[in-house]
Write a protein that binds this ligand. Structure first.
Ligand code: PLP
Length: 392
């Protein structure tokens, strides 16, 4: 048989989804602190009510415009304005199948073969593989020692082939929330070198003590930036697959060409659900988001406090719901081996740091979106596992 496409042989399945399938195959009794969702939160009640209401209405079974109905794009425009103070008209918005599709069509619209795209490590691994899928070359720049933007390092790697920079704030896995000052510095470099920015803002509503700022809001950056966002994390509905892009009309039209020939429109029923929730119950929706964030903050504080007791180094997350923590030095193993050890010995699943960049093979990512009880049980087991080593 002839070999499959070079494009597909050059990329890997997402290490996080592969790892999660492996963890799930181990059966019951495992505490899952490896996942990028909120297993202990139901979808926000406002959304659940909107589902109930929408199911009773007729006519939600047809194709819609590829970018979503006019009403859903108006709802997203309203959401962006009221939550992030960002103004986009309905032609600059595309409703996508999760933020993941937004990333895919963004890179599809920007990347020519051999183009370089800068990504900041630690990074969400999908960036790397999608760049490669479209024939581009990822150029990895490490974040600074506080896991924030290292703008000077970004400047150093820009070449004639550089097309775009991908940033992700709040960051998965470090939780870093980039400051306006950092974003302005990056914006200057981007404009000076005529680049684009893909700004993944999927955790934008989950920030603990600082303020969210989008690079698209920096003067002159709106037309150079594709914002990737969605409702997976903010409304705790990862499985419903609802995301969106915000960009210039020109880029939106380019992305629509890919979407119209691939997934077509995003689920029509859920478009109606979102319209109902955002347009008719906005205040309640925001209250629920805030309540979820308050609860996540409680979990974050609990997890961070427990890691301190265990003398495990970690980065204080400013946003999102992960703690990126150092593997205790006694172990002297790489991150996958350590995570496998925790899985077998403690029955606790975490994500190995290597999934987020080569430099992070001495880290693990622990999600604090599980219940405090689960986090407590997991830490007790991790403690036993570490103590065995420390006694030896
Ligand atoms: N971007 C980042 C940084 C993520 O962590 C994730 C999911 O974990 C996504 C995008 C994908 O979001 P969605 O589930 O809406 O496709």
């Amino acid at each position: 048989m002839k070999v499959l496409s070079q494009r597909v042989t050059k990329i890997n399945e997402s290490p996080l989804t592969k790892w999660d399938s492996m963890v799930k195959s181990k059966g019951k009794g495992i505490i899952h602190l490896n996942v990028g969702q909120q297993p202990d939160f139901n979808v926000l009640s406002v959304i659940a009510e909107a589902v109930k209401k929408t199911i009773k209405t007729k006519g939600n079974n047809h194709y819609t415009s590829i970018n979503g109905t006019q009403e859903i794009r108006e709802a997203i425009s309203l959401f962006q304005k009221r939550v992030f103070n960002m103004e986009y008209n309905t032609r600059e918005i595309i409703l996508t199948n999760g933020a993941k599709e937004g990333l895919f069509i963004s890179l599809g619209a920007l990347v020519n073969s051999e183009d370089e795209v800068i990504i900041v490590a630690p990074y969400w691994s999908t960036y790397l593989d999608v760049i490669v899928f479209f024939g581009g070359n990822p150029v990895v720049v490490n974040a600074n020692e506080n896991f924030h933007l290292n703008v000077d390092e970004i400047k150093k790697v820009i070449s004639a082939k550089t097309k775009a920079v991908i940033i992700n704030s709040p960051n998965n896995p470090s939780g870093a929330v980039y400051t306006i000052d950092e974003l302005e510095q990056l914006a200057t470099i981007v404009a000076d070198n005529d680049l684009y920015v893909i700004s993944d803002e999927i955790y934008g509503t989950i920030i603990y003590d600082s303020e969210f700022c989008s690079i698209a809001s920096v003067k002159g950056m709106k037309e150079r930036t594709i914002v990737i966002n969605g409702f997976s994390k903010s409304f705790s509905m990862t499985g419903y697959r609802l995301g969106y892009t915000l960009s210039s009309l020109e880029i939106a039209n380019a992305m629509l060409k890919i979407k119209s020939n691939s997934t077509g429109n995003t689920n029509s029923f859920f478009q109606k659900v979102l319209i109902e929730a955002i347009c008719n119950n906005f205040d309640e929706l925001i209250i629920s988001c805030n309540q979820m964030r308050t609860e996540l903050k409680r979990r974050k504080e609990f997890l961070c406090g427990s890691l301190e007791e265990l003398e495990i180094e970690y980065i204080i997350p400013e946003g999102a719901f992960y703690v990126f923590a150092k593997i205790p030095s006694e172990f002297n193993v790489k991150s996958k081996e350590f995570a496998e050890h925790l899985l077998v010995d403690a029955k606790v699943a975490v994500a190995p740091g290597i999934f987020f960049g080569e430099k992070f093979d001495d880290y693990i990512r622990i999600s604090f979106s599980s219940s405090v009880e689960d986090i407590k049980r997991a830490l007790e087991k991790i403690k036993n596992c570490i103590n065995k080593k420390r006694v030896i």
